[in-house]
Unconditional design. Structure first.
Length: 186
């Protein structure tokens, strides 16, 4: 059985050809990060965003440090620049599945395969190190670029209407996807 995180240092740094994924913490507090969270185009499909300040982000990152999660800052190796975040949280330790989320905040790197590269590293970690059996995510139907990414990663549609939105129109525009650990699930 997987242990819960008891100390922040247990979140490993992951590396790919172009990226370093470092545990998210207050080191990454920046005006650029706040700007991403307030950028309508960046946060259009996110559950949070739109009213962030440096102080609010500082409080959030402090909470992440106090209650560690598998939550990484995505850093471009070439420039050492923080360009987004990726996480698997929460994780259901009894049923061995986690919830995936990603935000590429720096729009200058959109369309360059960063999401795929970061996601591949995190999914590999979840399946091969944490031994999760499944990773889930929620998606708005109109987020076509994300849908293409998730399908490329092997996610399959599993359920419609998962969000508890206020409007039925919004509710009907959402669905769930999952990818199975092919090494565990036969």
């Amino acid at each position: 059985m997987i242990k819960t995180l008891s100390h922040f240092s247990e979140v490993p740094t992951l590396e790919t050809d172009r990226l370093i994924l470092k545990p998210l913490n207050k080191v990454f507090l920046s005006k650029d990060y706040v700007n991403w969270l307030n950028d309508e185009e960046v946060n259009r499909y996110l559950e949070s965003g739109g009213d962030y300040t440096l102080e609010k982000l500082d409080d959030y990152l402090e909470e992440v440090e106090r209650n560690p999660k598998y939550f990484w800052a995505i850093i471009l190796k070439e420039t050492n620049k923080h360009i987004g975040n990726i996480k698997i949280d929460p994780i259901d330790l009894e049923h061995l599945f986690g919830e995936y989320g990603i935000m590429i905040g720096d729009r200058t790197v959109w369309g360059k395969g960063i999401g795929f590269e970061a996601s591949t590293a995190v999914i590999d970690f979840c399946f091969n190190v944490l031994c999760l059996e499944k990773i889930n995510l929620g998606l708005h139907r109109s987020n076509v670029k994300a849908l293409r990414l998730y399908e490329k990663l092997g996610f399959k549609k599993i359920l419609n209407n998962f969000l508890e939105e206020k409007s039925k129109e919004q509710l009907n525009d959402s669905f769930r996807m999952s990818v199975l650990n092919k090494q565990i699930i036969k």
